[in-house]
Design a protein. Structure first.
Length: 263
């Protein structure tokens, strides 16, 4: 491994590219520890700070992960989300009755909280209005991969099971339909990329400069009134959102041009 001092690319970017190539080739398998920073610096003939910048870049890209006191490792498989928020509903109602078990979702807290601007806008209330909030955390075997919350109007949930700090044996939307007496009919998903808040970075165990993907999901009843506003945030470099859908066939021309007819 070597760098080209005369190249226009910065040395740490050259090192990052070569380390990335070795990971892609399988020289280091997922979960395998890389050589130490001083050892890599010696291989390239550069300062340790240069290698640290390369490692930091690959951490932000989601390729490497550093465990304090242990070393730098190749991150495991990227978490693939083969659904947007609609996956919580499935192809038919009750499809995701095992959602909590499969996604290792942990209920963090339930209670009144000040609505952030995007949630307040969705419900048509003032910023900071107290709403019922159910916060959750989703984990894999080794790390947290999603932090999220579901928001409801207190008037809709007063005295219902939604106010209790307990997980349900069915999807949340089914519990909400029964508690509110309103049926989920349509929903909108808005996905954006941004920097994480300090709290999100700490919970997701990522660097503060690692971008995240953020989902705002608004579920409506038949009168187009919001029932639930849900948020979900994922580490961007480690998350891929995939959706498969059918493409309709071309519609037949209702009045085809007969063209020139010779008599």
């Amino acid at each position: 491994m070597q760098i080209n001092p005369g190249a226009a690319e910065f040395p740490h970017r050259q090192i990052a590219a070569q380390l990335k190539d070795r990971v892609r080739r399988g020289d280091w398998a997922p979960g395998e520890r890389l050589p130490s920073i001083p050892a890599i610096a010696e291989l390239f003939g550069v300062a340790k700070q240069t290698v640290q910048r390369a490692v930091d870049q690959l951490r932000v890209e989601g390729i490497l992960i550093t465990k304090p006191g242990s070393g730098t490792y190749v991150r495991g498989t990227r978490r693939r989300l083969n659904r947007l928020a609609r996956g919580r509903y499935g192809g038919f109602r009750g499809y995701h009755t095992d959602l909590a078990a499969r996604y290792r979702q942990q209920l963090v807290s339930v209670g009144r909280a000040a609505a952030p601007p995007e949630v307040a806008d969705a419900f048509g209330v003032a910023d900071g209005t107290e709403l019922l909030c159910r916060r959750h955390l989703v984990r894999t075997e080794d790390s947290p991969v999603e932090v999220g919350a579901s928001w409801f109007l207190p008037a809709d949930t007063a005295g219902s099971s939604l106010e209790r700090a307990e997980a349900f044996g069915r999807p949340l939307y089914q519990e909400a339909e029964e508690a509110t007496g309103r049926r989920y009919v349509t929903a909108t998903d808005t996905i954006s990329a941004r920097q994480p808040s300090r709290e999100e970075a700490e919970i997701l165990q990522i660097r503060p400069d690692t971008p995240v993907l953020h989902l705002l999901h608004i579920a409506y009843d038949e009168r187009r009134k919001p029932i639930e506003v849900a948020q979900a945030t994922w580490p961007g470099p480690m998350t891929t959102l995939t959706e498969e859908y059918k493409i309709p066939a071309p519609a037949p021309d209702p009045s085809p041009d007969p063209g020139l007819v010779l008599g």
